[in-house]
Design a protein around this ligand. Sequence first.
Ligand SMILES: [Fe+2]
Length: 163
Amino acid sequence: MTVIITDSLKTALHDQIGHELLNSHIYLYISAFLKNMGLDNLGSIFEGQYKEEQGHANLFVKILTDLGAPVIIPQIEIVNMPFGSIEDIAKAFYDREVLTTENIDELKGLAIDEDNSIVEEFLRSMIVKQQAEMDEAISFMDKAKLTGNDWKVVMLWDLSEGK
Ligand SMILES: [Fe+2]
């Protein structure tokens, strides 16, 4: 087993920090979009997702600092998605989580190739989190489909999410 992180694994982990931060920005954007539609409770769900993704970015920073590797925060692209329907939002959420799961799985392959067990086990723990993320994204998509993309029905869904 090697403990030193190679340049290629380091760069891939830096990229993943940016990926998680972009996830957080996308969910913050969706939260604001829904709140501006008057759908505050659905907006709050994405505010929760935003915070979760920031937590994930922090964990990718931590695996690097724990191993004494330098951290680079990549540039995060602008988020401005014109959504026409609740299903558009559900699809953006689902696509992002699928991509995230695939990315982390690819990173795990890299860690295995480089015989870096610490990073490999860390990535397995991140994949475990993706099970819950996929569940949330698929459940949101199921409900979005039930609304038939009628904003009035989405409003009822929003009300049902009120605590
Ligand atoms: Fe994440």
